[in-house]
Design a protein around this ligand. Structure first.
Ligand code: ACM
Length: 268
């Protein structure tokens, strides 16, 4: 299976300009089964008003950006995971969509909102779903940006059988996530794809350096810096299904959940 990311700078408030950027990168998706794009691709990130957040949102069912992604996947094996500013009724969610040749296959709504995101978005309310893609023989989980810092999210997706965790991002803290993701991949025995954005919006500079990490915690490929870049790599999903750490140690069966009760309690 060929997987990877496209790293670029979505344009705040200008969906069509962002689509132009993706159009320029899309020829490099040829032969890919799964490409992850950054967080909030249809809108940009650093809204200057509630009106701007609202006007740049769309529904999953008939949003123009989601339709554009579905069209990119038509008549191929390509699947795309991308962050969008989702409108549902009178609420906005920081959402990730999974689309393929047949249309929308799944969504996830960011649970852990960062800094001033709660001024615009409702925290995710659909849990941590895992989506089975039988044609590709893979199970996909999604996290969004700041979710990375919560190890429980990676574990919850792993326990549901995720082979690959896709992680659309708009990272601003230099290097922290990019150094942690390979360890999340290692501790859960999964592939992880962090697709980070680049560029500057107001006082925020996004850090690029997108990565694909494997179940042994190795970085299989990474962006060279903070420029537009597509990276693809061939992976063997068997590596994510072999959870043996040593001949006598299994990553999941050796856990001691009865000793971890604090993890399920409200806070300290
Ligand atoms: C982030 O969660 N966008 C840093």
């Amino acid at each position: 299976m060929r997987i990877g990311f496209a790293q670029f700078a979505p344009v705040l408030g200008d969906r069509d300009a962002t689509i132009g950027t993706i159009d320029r990168l899309a020829p490099q998706f040829a032969g890919a089964d799964l490409v992850v794009l950054p967080e909030l691709c249809n809108s940009g990130y650093n809204f200057t008003s509630n009106d701007q957040a609202w006007e740049t949102s769309e529904t999953v069912e008939d949003g123009p950006f989601v339709r554009y992604l579905c069209d990119l996947c038509a008549s191929s094996t390509l699947h795309i995971v991308a962050g969008i500013n989702e409108r549902d009724g009178d609420r906005l969610y920081n959402t990730s969509v999974l689309v393929g040749p047949g249309g929308v296959l799944g969504t996830y709504r960011k649970m852990h909102l960062f800094v001033n995101e709660p001024d615009f978005f409702t925290p995710g309310d659909v849990g941590l779903p895992v989506f089975d893609l039988p044609k590709l023989g893979v199970k996909i989980g999604m996290l969004i940006c700041f979710d990375w810092v919560f190890p429980e999210t990676w574990r919850a997706l792993t326990l549901q059988g995720a082979d690959i965790i896709c992680h659309p991002s708009n990272l601003v803290l230099p290097g922290l996530c990019q150094s942690a993701v390979p360890t999340h991949a290692l501790c859960n025995g999964i592939f992880a794809i962090t697709a980070n954005r680049t560029g500057t919006e107001g006082d925020l500079t996004f850090t690029g350096l997108s990565i694909v990490a494997d179940p042994r915690g190795r970085v299989l490929c990474h962006a060279r810096g903070a420029t537009d870049e597509v990276c693809l790599v061939d992976v063997d999903l068997a590596d994510a299904r072999d959870k043996m750490v040593t001949p006598r140690n299994h990553l999941l069966r050796d856990r001691r959940p009865e000793e971890y009760r604090l993890l399920c309690e409200e806070c300290l």
